[in-house]
Design a protein around this ligand. Structure first.
Ligand SMILES: [Zn+2]
Length: 538
C-alpha cells in the first residue's frame, strides 16, 4: 500500500522567534537552519526579510541545501499594485525558494486591521501569489485566524482559500492563530474546506497550543485531509507555543494509525536523531531540556525501581508505548541499561568509531559519560567533546601538547582620566614536543584573555589553528547556592565553515571555559588530520 506524504514545515525561526525571551542572532539562525535542514524537514521558514536587520541579513543567502527555504511576509497592500509595493519587492528579492504570505481570512480583521474591503483583500491574496510565482517562487498562503474567521463568516473564509488556490498557491495553510480551536472543530472545518473544492494535498495546518492541543489539532487536521503540518522545535512560540514538531514527527512515524497511512521526510535512521535534535536546540537556547517532553525528555522512558522495573527488564514492551531507541532516547531503569549500550554503539558508529558490544572499554566509556553527565556535562550539545572523550577512552588521541598550568588576573582600576578600567590578563604554560611554551595575553574579559594566551604560541601547530575562531560562548549555572556548578559551551568554527561544540564543567567559570577551549583546539587538530568523525563537524 502506498502511503501519502505529509510535509513537515518548520517555523522555529519565524513564529518561534515570537517566544518571550528568545531573540535569534543571524548566527543562531544559521546554526538552527542547518540543524533543521540536516534533519530532513521539507520546509524551513527563516523569518520576515525586510522587517528587521537580522532577517534581512539572514535572507541575503539561501541557508538550506535540501529543505525549501521560506521567506514570510505580508500580502501586497490594498490600493497599490503588486509591482509598486516596496515590502513585497523586498520579500521577493530574498534568497528563498518559497514565499509564505500571511493573509487575513476573517472579515472582521480585514475591516478592522487592514481597513480595506473584503474584495480588496482577495485581490491582495491573488496578486501576491501571482507575483511570487512570476518571481520563480513557490507560493504559500497562511490564512490567519482561519478557524475563528470561518466560524464568523464561512463564505468569506472559504473565498480567501479559494482565491489563493486559484492563483496557484502550492499550499493554503489554515492557521489557528489564537490557539483556542478544539480538535472536533478542526476536523469539521477542514472537511468543509476540502468539500469546497480545495484538495487536502494543498492544505496545511498551523496550530497554537493555548488549550494544550496544538499537536492534537494538527493530527485532527491531518486526519481530516491536510498534508502539510507546521510547528516549531520543542513547541516554542508566542504565548503557550506552537505545535511541537518533535512530538508530531515521532507520532507520525511511530504510531501505526499514522505510519500505516503516511510517510514523512524522516526515515527510521533520522528519527533516531530526534532526541539529539531536541536537546541540541535547547542547548542553543541555553536552557535545560524539559525532562517530561513526550518521546525525547530524560524522563520519557524512565522507570523507578519497583514492581514495574523487573517486568520492564523482561519485556520492555510491557511498559513502553514505543522503543526509546527509536527516537534516540534511553530507557532508564535503576538496574541495567542495555538500551543505553546500543545507543552508545550507534552514536560511536556515526562518528566512525567501531567498538564491539562486549569490549570492556565501552562499559568504561558509558560509565564515564554517566558520571560526567551527573556532574553537569551535557554531551548532546557538545558533540566534539563527546567524540574526544570516546576516542580518549578508546585510546586513539595523539598527545599533541600538555598544559602545565594557567593563571588569569582581572584588575579593576582607574585610568589617568579617572575612568574605571577592567583589565584581564592570562598566562598559559604548555609543553609541546618536550619544549615549554609560555604565553601572556590581555583580552576583553578573562575568558578572551585565556583564549588568546592559549592560542598565542602553539609551536609547530600554530599555523594549523590560525583559522580557528570562537563563534559562541554559553554559560549556565547548574545549581544555585554555595555549591553552584558552571557549565560552559563553546561553539567553534574554522576556515572550512564547519562548526563544532565543546563543553567544560567546573565550580569555577574560568576553569570550565578552559576545558571547553582545550577540547576545541584538540578537536581542530584532530579534524585537520581527518581523525575526527564527520558528525560532530557537520
Ligand atoms: Zn502562528
Amino acid at each position: 500500500m502506498t502511503r501519502e506524504r505529509i510535509f513537515l514545515f518548520d517555523t522555529t525561526l519565524r513564529d518561534g522567534q515570537q517566544t518571550p525571551g528568545i531573540d535569534f542572532s543571524v548566527e543562531d539562525k544559521i546554526a538552527i537552519s542547518q540543524l533543521l535542514d540536516e534533519f530532513g524537514f521539507d520546509y524551513v521558514e527563516g523569518g520576515y526579510p525586510g522587517a528587521n536587520p537580522t532577517d534581512t541579513a539572514f535572507f541575503s543567502e539561501k541557508r538550506t541545501q535540501k529543505a525549501r527555504f521560506v521567506a514570510f511576509g505580508m500580502t501586497k497592500r490594498a490600493g497599490m499594485s503588486a509591482s509598486n509595493d516596496p515590502g513585497l519587492a523586498v520579500l521577493l528579492q530574498a534568497k528563498s525558494d518559497a514565499t509564505c504570505f500571511v493573509a487575513k481570512s476573517w472579515d472582521y480583521h480585514v475591516r478592522v486591521a487592514l481597513g480595506c474591503s473584503n474584495e480588496e483583500n482577495l485581490e491582495s491574496i491573488r496578486d501576491s501569489v501571482e507575483a511570487a510565482r512570476a518571481a520563480g517562487k513557490e507560493a504559500l498562503v497562511d490564512c490567519e485566524h482561519f478557524f475563528d474567521g470561518y466560524k464568523a463568516n464561512p463564505t468569506y473564509a472559504l473565498a480567501c482559500t479559494k482565491t489563493a488556490h486559484q492563483a496557484g498557491a502550492r499550499w493554503i495553510v489554515l492557521c489557528d492563530t489564537n490557539g483556542g480551536t478544539q480538535p472536533a472543530e478542526v476536523t469539521e472545518i477542514v472537511a468543509a474546506v476540502i468539500a469546497s473544492g480545495i484538495p487536502g494535498s494543498s492544505l496545511g495546518i498551523h496550530a497554537h497550543d493555548d488549550t494544550g492541543q496544538a499537536v492534537a489539532n494538527s493530527l485532527a487536521a491531518i486526519d481530516a485531509g491536510c498534508r502539510q503540518v507546521q510547528g516549531t522545535l520543542n513547541g516554542i512560540g508566542e504565548r503557550c507555543g506552537n505545535a511541537n514538531l518533535v512530538t508530531l514527527i515521532a507520532t507520525l512515524c511511530l504510531k501505526e494509525v499514522y505510519s500505516n497511512r503516511f510517510e514523512t521526510g524522516i526515515d527510521v535512521e533520522r528519527l533516531a536523531g530526534l532526541t539529539r535534535l531536541s536537546h541540541a536546540f535547547d542547548e542553543l537556547l541555553n536552557r535545560s531540556p524539559n525532562h517530561q517532553s513526550p518521546y525525547v525528555g530524560a524522563s520519557a522512558f524512565a522507570t523507578k525501581a519497583g514492581i514495574h522495573a523487573s517486568a520492564l527488564l523482561k519485556d520492555p514492551r510491557t511498559y513502553e508505548h514505543v522503543p526509546p531507541e527509536s527516537v534516540g532516547n534511553f530507557r532508564k531503569v535503576m538496574v541495567s541499561d542495555q538500551g543505553g549500550k546500543a545507543n552508545f554503539i550507534n552514536a560511536l558508529k556515526r562518528r566512525g568509531i567501531e567498538v564491539g558490544k562486549d569490549d570492556p572499554r565501552l562499559d568504561q566509556l558509558i560509565s564515564i559519560v554517566k558520571e560526567r553527565e551527573a556532574t553537569g556535562y551535557a554531551y548532546e550539545g557538545a558533540d566534539a567533546s563527546f567524540e574526544l572523550l570516546a576516542r580518549r577512552t578508546l585510546g586513539t588521541i595523539p598527545d599533541f601538547f600538555s598544559v602545565d598550568g594557567f593563571r588569569v588576573m582581572v584588575e579593576r582600576r582607574f585610568d589617568s582620566f579617572g575612568r574605571v578600567k577592567i583589565v584581564s590578563e592570562a598566562v598559559v604554560k604548555l609543553t609541546i614536543d618536550g619544549a615549554p611554551h609560555m604565553s601572556v595575553a590581555e583580552g576583553d574579559g578573562p575568558v578572551n584573555a585565556l583564549d588568546l594566551a592559549l592560542r598565542k604560541d602553539f609551536g609547530r601547530y600554530q599555523h594549523e589553528i590560525d583559522d580557528l575562531s570562537l563563534a559562541d560562548f554559553k554559560v549556565r549555572i547548574l545549581n544555585g547556592g554555595t555549591e553552584a556548578i558552571t557549565r560552559v559551551l563553546i561553539e567553534s568554527t574554522d576556515g572550512t565553515g564547519v562548526r563544532w561544540w565543546t563543553v567544560g564543567v567546573s565550580e569555577n567559570i574560568i576553569d570550565a571555559s578552559f576545558q571547553a577551549l582545550m577540547d576545541s583546539v584538540i578537536y581542530k587538530l584532530m579534524k585537520n588530520r581527518e581523525l575526527a568523525g564527520k558528525i560532530a563537524a557537520e
